[in-house]
Design a protein around this ligand. Structure first.
Ligand code: FAD
Ligand code: SIN
Length: 531
């Protein structure tokens, strides 16, 4: 049985990736912060980021180049004002991270910049091939040593508490905090003046993903249930080069490998991506992932290959020691043979509709980082723009939050009501529904879509949703049950958004509408029915 506890703070931050950690550090200057994550500190997309963070730092490059590259990748849907603000902050953000202690790689010329697909210049600052880990550890070091921040690991947010849900709102709906489930199975009611969702992506909605287990779209689902609109959820980025292996978990092979000279080849060693785009391996991800998917289907193969041998042993060991070691652990020596690859779900360009300060339509609720959709990425994200967006949003959000007046606030909120729940449920049903959702999304809503496949996916997901609803409220909550409900909602929102887009653009490709349509230059916005 779940029982209940209560806490309160000025700022509740849900998620301790780049966005949440930086927000915690800033907001601690202005009040008491509770920072939670549902796993361990290292369970975040941020921690696994490899390539680096984009930021102009070379005199041969310019912010205008970065802006243009981002706009081109975004295929006509980027919000130019957002792109400008983020790109303009790039260089300073890298310097700020460096000042905090991030040990970015340097060479004789200064900061070493690598190159990734869609970038016209070298502009990605990195720490070997484990940039996310270095940034996370740097930020966490500051947060952990700050007495004003209470860090709670293994605490999963279940749902937001809003004035509308409590029947307390007069005019505007306001977020008052959240319910959390702790590792002992106790439900905690947290009252907060402002709540910041920094819960990251939703890669686990697909069977093959570069994302860690925590990426189940919880924040987007919670915000939707609280009344927030979602935007551009159809744009799921598949990373072209993830390890294909019978037993090893999916692992990313950084795009920086291609930036530094690795080739994508078929079994015969033919560099086929040039048949799809004159930029070859350095075309943007949507193009490269589709080329690989197409060749796999055409040639009837389970995978293609990434050949890193052109880099030479010295560069592999200096720039990519972690990838090299992890591959050796599964008996692949990238110095000697091509690496089997498949595209895998990597990043969700859509999310909760916000401005760059993370503001949502619910007062006191902010969404930042990958869970948010600011219009920066449009229909396709440019590599290494995501960590930058997390930082810029965390900064802008905190600036706004600290200046926002909070109306008279009742710290007393009702406890979670679990009366009438039956004993723990059989796990097999949860597993079955998880597997079905992920199979449906992978088979019907992957890199290539069609009206027919989307219709089928929608029907199946609706059935799964009904099944989940029939048992969700009847049993004590557990982490996988909470995630399952969220995952199903996210899957449905992706499908509904994809159905609305009657064209192919960026990451959304439909065989029924294979061309881009100039009448479809708009965001896909879906609003929840008001409760
Ligand atoms: P995350 O870093 O994902 O953090 C989410 C946090 O929310 C976690 O702490 C998690 O525990 C917590 N959480 C989630 N749900 C709940 C809940 N219900 N309750 C409590 N806590 C919850 N981008 C780049 O710019 N450059 C790169 O080189 C790069 N490489 C990447 C490599 C990989 C393998 C992956 C997966 C992504 C990569 N990306 C890269 C994308 C980038 O890492 C992410 O978009 C970004 O780090 C997201 O940061 P975030 O703070 O929004 O979320
Ligand atoms: C990579 O290193 O390939 C990932 C970069 C990104 O997702 O931005």
């Amino acid at each position: 049985m779940n029982t209940s506890l209560a806490l309160h703070c000025d700022y509740l931050i849900i998620g301790s990736g780049a966005a949440g950690l930086l927000a915690a550090q800033h907001l601690a200057e202005h009040g008491a912060v509770i920072l939670i994550n549902k796993g361990e500190f290292s369970d975040s997309n941020t921690y696994y980021a490899q390539g680096g963070i984009a930021g102009v730092a070379d005199t041969s490059d310019s912010t205008e180049n970065h802006i243009q590259d981002t706009l081109i990748a975004g295929a006509g849907l980027c919000h130019e004002n957002t792109v400008r603000k983020v790109a303009e902050a790039g260089g300073a953000m890298v310097r700020h991270l460096q000042a905090l202690g991030t040990p970015f790689d340097h060479d004789e010329q200064g900061l070493h910049l690598t190159k990734e697909g869609g970038h016209s210049h070298r502009r990605v600052a990195h720490v070997q091939d484990a940039t996310g880990r270095a940034i996370s550890e740097t930020l966490y070091h500051h947060v952990q040593n700050d007495q004003r921040i209470s860090c709670l690991s293994q605490h999963i947010a279940i749902d937001l508490i809003t004035s509308r849900r409590l029947g307390r709102h007069h005019g505007h709906n306001r977020c008052l905090g959240a319910y959390l489930l702790n590792p002992e199975g106790v439900i905690i009611t947290v009252a907060a003046k402002a709540t910041v969702l920094a819960t990251g992506g939703a890669g686990k909605v697909y069977r093959y993903t570069s994302n860690p287990h925590v990426a189940t779209g919880d924040g987007i689902a919670m915000a939707w249930r609280a009344g927030c609109a979602v935007m551009n959820m159809e744009f799921i980025q598949f990373h072209p080069t993830c390890l294909f292996h019978a037993t090893a978990p999916t692992m990313l092979l950084s795009e920086a490998l291609r930036g530094e000279g690795a080739h994508i080849v078929d079994e015969q060693g033919h560099r086929f991506v040039f048949n799809y785009d004159p930029r070859g391996e350095m075309a943007s991800r949507d193009i490269v992932a589709r080329a690989i998917d197409h060749e796999m289907k055409k040639q009837g193969k389970d995978c293609m290959y990434l050949d890193a041998r052109p880099l030479g042993v010295k560069k592999i060991l200096r720039h990519f020691p972690n990838i090299h070691q992890r591959l050796l652990d599964v008996s692949i020596d990238m110095r000697q043979s091509p690496i089997p690859i498949v595209p895998a779900a990597h990043y969700i360009c859509g999310g909760v509709q916000t401005d760059l300060a993370g503001r949502t339509s619910v007062n006191g609720l902010y969404v930042i980082g990958e869970s948010a959709c600011t219009g920066l990425h449009g229909a396709n994200r440019l590599a290494s723009n995501s960590l930058l967006e997390c930082m810029v949003m965390a900064d802008a959000c905190c600036h706004h939050v600290k200046n926002e007046p909070v109306p008279p606030f009742h710290m007393h909120l009702p406890c979670w009501d679990d009366s009438g729940t039956m004993p723990e449920m059989d796990r097999v049903q949860i597993k079955q529904n998880w597997d079905e959702i992920r199979a449906t999304m992978s088979n019907y809503v992957g890199i290539v879509r069609s009206r027919h496949l989307l219709r089928n996916a929608r029907r199946r997901l609706a059935l799964i949703r009904e099944e989940i609803s029939s048992y969700y409220w009847q049993h004590p909550l557990s982490r996988d049950l909470i995630e399952l409900r969220n995952l199903c909602l996210i899957a449905e929102l992706i499908v509904r958004s994809a159905q609305q887009r009657k064209e192919s653009r960026g990451l959304h490709y439909s065989t029924d509408f294979p061309n881009t349509n100039s009448k479809e230059v708009h965001d896909t916005i879906i609003k929840p029915e008001v409760l």
